[in-house]
Design a protein around this ligand. Structure first.
Ligand SMILES: *[C@@H]1O[C@H](CO)[C@@H](O)[C@H](O)[C@H]1NC(C)=O
Ligand SMILES: [Ca+2]
Ligand SMILES: [Ca+2]
Ligand SMILES: [Ca+2]
Length: 342
């Protein structure tokens, strides 16, 4: 098992180094760092035999064993609770649900022992549906009281009423569970669970959308060119949306996952020849309805409507995630595509 892990790590490292130009490796910054670190951890186990990360064959990369759970502290991202949930889903995981006192202790010990303090994490659990009824995603009840929730001699959490409906563990409150405003930006703390794995088998950060593996990189605001490089860094391509069911699937996915307030760059442009829209592999992009959205810039017409000022293809929130031409230096989130894993 250890040898297998090492081989997987080496293959991934080779793939990453091949795909990314040197100067861009630096610019990918935190994201690449995080993923790279996570991928390297099993190697430490291999070399030292002993490590704080107990080897557990059932924890796939980038998850590590904490107690009897497979966890990933996704510190590269800071998102709302709903968006954090989506990031966990893209790793075949869910926000961690802390159900036992031992889980609680294991997580706090791990944060202390591994210098993960100073960060704030979203975990599973909310009372958005019915004030005061705290439920995990599984609809089981979240345990109340000691030793889970923060308490002083005067009062104990949750006590934020209708304005604080999501559970976080934060540095400020000593990593006790605390109810907070769901739109606060914090890092996802994901728990891998075999059951959550999608049927198609997409690599980390990619999810199955209508049979394609798509990554919604909601934590990075980038130009079109940077988005393309980010996709290459994840061993993917800037997404071609060349099947109408995929456009529909993307629309349904961003609404289902609560990330429809995000706008995405996809892999199309007419930069090489004005008006001639191509995917990054050179194939032509379909024109007209129902692909492109309507435009009211110059009477009622369809996009593209930007001429020389707009040469890159985006699916935007205000554009209802139809195809629209946009200024290539606008900052949106990358949307990437890759092949399902066999
Ligand atoms: C795109 O937007 C940038 C920044 O707002 C601006 O400087 C640039 O001129 C625009 N490009 C085009 C082609 O209009
Ligand atoms: Ca509440
Ligand atoms: Ca154009
Ligand atoms: Ca436009």
């Amino acid at each position: 098992m250890q040898c297998q892990n090492l081989v997987i790590v080496l293959v991934l490292i080779v793939q990453i180094s091949d795909a990314v130009p040197e100067e861009y490796l630096e610019r990918l910054g935190d994201l690449k760092h995080e993923i790279f670190d996570a991928l390297n951890e099993p190697e430490d186990v291999f070399e030292n035999g002993e490590s704080t990360f107990t080897e557990n064959p059932s924890c796939p990369l980038p998850f590590i064993t904490v107690g009897n759970q497979c966890l990933y502290f996704a510190t590269f991202a800071e998102q709302t609770q709903q968006e954090s949930r989506q990031i966990c889903h893209s790793l075949g995981a869910e926000l961690v649900s802390i159900k036992t006192a031992t889980h609680m202790l294991d997580i706090i010990d791990h944060i202390k022992d591994n210098d993960l303090g100073g960060k704030n994490y979203w975990i599973d659990g909310s009372d958005e549906e019915e004030e005061g009824t705290w439920l995990f995603t599984s609809r089981e009840l979240v345990p109340k009281g000691t030793p889970f929730w923060m308490a002083t001699e005067m009062e104990n959490a949750p006590d934020g009423g209708p304005f604080e409906n999501c559970i976080a563990i934060t540095s400020e409150f000593g990593y006790f569970m605390n109810d907070m405003d769901c739109s606060t930006l914090m890092s996802p703390l994901c728990e891998y669970n075999e059951v959550e794995k999608d049927a198609v088998g997409c690599p980390p950060f990619f999810v199955d959308v209508d049979g394609s593996c798509i990554a919604f990189i909601i934590w990075a605001d980038e130009t079109w060119v940077e988005s393309r490089q980010t996709c290459h860094g994840l061993s993917g391509e800037h997404a071609s949306v060349n099947v109408i069911e995929l456009l529909r699937g993307i629309y349904e996915y961003v609404h289902m996952e609560g990330i429809s307030s995000h706008s995405f760059w996809i892999g199309g442009s007419d930069e090489n020849f004005e008006g001639l829209w191509r995917w990054t592999n050179g194939d032509f992009i379909p024109t007209g309805a129902p692909w492109w959205g309507s435009s009211n810039v110059d009477g009622m017409m369809l996009e593209p409507d930007g001429g020389q000022a707009e040469d890159c293809l985006a699916l935007t929130t205000e554009g209802f995630h139809y195809f629209r031409d946009k200024n290539c230096t606008d900052l949106y989130n990358p949307m990437c595509i890759t092949e399902p894993q066999s």
